[in-house]
Design a binder for this molecule. Structure first.
Ligand code: B16
Ligand code: MG
Length: 215
């Protein structure tokens, strides 16, 4: 049972929650897919939400007739990431909205401890480009996990960094795999964006600042 007085922390997914990098992922994967002659569109891109880089590549290669070795797959993923990081380099503070910033500030003022819980290994670069690191007490990301969502590892690490139990935290996610990860880890969950309406989530947020009505 959700009891607001027992909640001490909030863990935020990054891509699709704090900022939107879906279009940049799309452009980078599309460049790679075109180069290797594999069909790729925005619908397939939607399946990559919250999924790790290598798992994303596997989804893209479903449309390929060729079988790639593990070494070749790593090289393809690296190539995509080089393009993606160049695109991330063009991000700036304007890519985190005023609504997100003021909500994070208000949550901190209410005493909540805040962490990032993202699958992305590019989290440090994204937080630096958008000048958003300063809102968070901790960052758990693709660099400190071995299993990606729907495994709860990234959120369990975030809770550990905050010194909190999962049942004291709300996870905010835009991917159903992320909500599944939150549920599996024993967290309360709030779905936003593409995950909004997902029946496994405890809360649905029409907009980011709706969090202030829950916490
Ligand atoms: P990278 P999140 C996820 O971030 C993205 O949603 C997903 O599309 C991406 O494949 C994954 O990060 C890995 O990203 O290639 O930068 O390590 O939504 O968990 O913040
Ligand atoms: Mg996401």
């Amino acid at each position: 049972m959700f009891d607001k007085s027992k909640i001490k922390g909030v863990i935020f997914d990054l891509d699709g929650v704090i900022c939107s990098t879906d279009e940049l992922h799309y452009q980078a994967w599309k460049a790679l897919a075109d180069e290797i002659g594999v069909y790729f569109d925005r619908q397939i891109n939607g399946r990559l939400r919250g999924v790790s880089r290598m798992a994303s590549l596997e989804i893209i290669l479903e449309k390929s007739d060729k079988t790639y070795s593990e070494e070749e797959k790593l090289a393809l993923a690296e190539k995509k990431n080089d393009v993606y990081r160049k695109l991330l380099g063009k991000m700036g503070p304007e890519d985190v909205s005023d609504e997100v910033r003021s909500t994070l500030v208000a949550l901190r003022e209410r005493g909540y401890r805040l962490s990032i819980g993202s699958s992305s290994k590019n989290t440090p670069l994204i937080l630096e480009r958008t000048d958003a690191r300063r809102y968070f007490d901790a960052v758990s990301d693709g660099n400190n996990i071995t299993r990606s969502k729907p495994d709860p590892e990234v959120f369990l690490k975030a809770a550990q960094f905050l010194n909190l139990d999962p049942c004291e935290c709300v996870v905010v996610e835009d991917a159903t795999a992320g909500i599944d990860a939150g549920v599996a880890g024993g967290f309360f969950t709030a779905a936003i964006g593409a995950a909004c309406g997902y029946e496994r989530a405890d809360f649905n947020l029409d907009t980011f600042s709706d969090l202030l009505g829950i916490l």
